[in-house]
Write a protein that binds this ligand. Structure first.
Ligand SMILES: O=P(O)(O)O[C@H]1O[C@H](CO)[C@@H](O)[C@H]1O
Ligand SMILES: Nc1nc2[nH]cnc2c(=O)[nH]1
Length: 275
């Protein structure tokens, strides 16, 4: 903390290809992950590996330009370590963003899904960052997850989208985390679709679990970068370059939305409030 004057209230985790969110911060102090004791290193293209502090619309923020994924070989405790650092820095609200594939017919590449809820597939089989001795300093042994994506922030985001003229690109939906790093087989895609999943990715859920455990308010959005192939007749296939490209194309809209939302949201409201 001696290295920066910023005392962040809001933390932002940038998804694949969404690192430009950090560029909007004013009066930046930036630190390479390699210079921060205990921080893992980013190994994925499109995740720069920098922690950026700065101001956004009068609010003090910290932005992870690059997140950690389970498939990189990090333990879940490591992938979510920054969330607990944010809590200790005094952060109240966590913004999580990701790139995801769409399973829902109504979600097209370039659309933005406000995350209403998630299915944490690794968590369902015991791969959960909260496994092991509970640290009561952060939260309870058995935290509720039924309200982990704040309803007020979701509503405010839709209101802002209307004002920005981008409401047509946005809808709420359910995100599922799978382990990766391979993309889905067609049978897996069909299974996820039948289970009611709208978008799938390889991140986010563990961060949200740890954030909710320690009482952070959470807002999440998925940039839809591709349709997940669900038909044996479909010759399309997804690749990481294409994922990053959609991030670049939608960077301005995502930046506008996040900036406005941070500017207009109330701070000091640390209660979980989801429908
Ligand atoms: O979830 P983020 O970090 O946005 O990245 C998504 O994009 C990558 C695949 O292209 C995977 O890492 C997936 O999780
Ligand atoms: N698992 C998964 N992750 C993604 N990240 C971006 N697109 C996808 C996808 O189609 N599947």
């Amino acid at each position: 903390m001696s290295q920066t004057k910023h005392r962040p209230q809001v933390a932002i985790i940038c998804g694949s290809g969404l690192g430009m969110l950090a560029d909007t911060l004013k009066c930046q102090d930036s630190f390479a992950y390699s210079d921060i004791p205990g921080f893992p290193q980013s190994t994925v293209q499109g995740h720069a590996g920098r922690l950026v502090f700065g101001e956004l619309k009068g609010k003090s923020c910290v932005c992870m330009q690059g997140r950690f994924h389970m498939y990189e070989g990090h333990s879940l405790l490591k992938t979510t370590f920054p969330v607990r650092v944010f809590k200790l820095l005094g952060v109240e609200t966590l913004f999580v963003t990701n790139a995801a594939g769409s399973l829902a017919d109504g979600l097209q590449p370039g659309d933005i899904m406000i995350i209403k809820d998630h299915v944490n597939f690794p968590g369902l089989v015991g791969l959960n960052p909260l496994c092991g001795p509970n640290d009561d300093k952060f939260g309870p042994r058995f935290p509720a997850m039924s309200g982990c994506y704040d309803k007020n922030l979701r509503c405010l985001a839709m209101e802002i989208a209307k004002q920005l003229g981008v409401a047509g690109l946005m809808q709420e939906g359910v995100y599922a985390m799978v382990g990766g790093p391979n993309f889905e087989t067609i049978a897996e895609a069909r299974l996820l679709h039948r289970l009611g999943v709208d978008a799938v990715g390889m991140s986010t859920a563990p961060e949200v679990v740890v954030a909710t455990h320690c009482g952070l308010r959470v807002f999440g959005l998925s940039l839809i970068t591709n349709k997940v192939v669900k038909s044996y007749e479909d010759l399309d296939s997804v690749n990481h370059e294409g994922v990053l490209e959609v991030g670049r194309l939608r960077s301005h809209t995502v930046q506008q939305l996040v900036t406005e939302l941070i500017g207009r949201m109330e701070i000091n409201n640390n209660t979980n409030n989801a429908a």
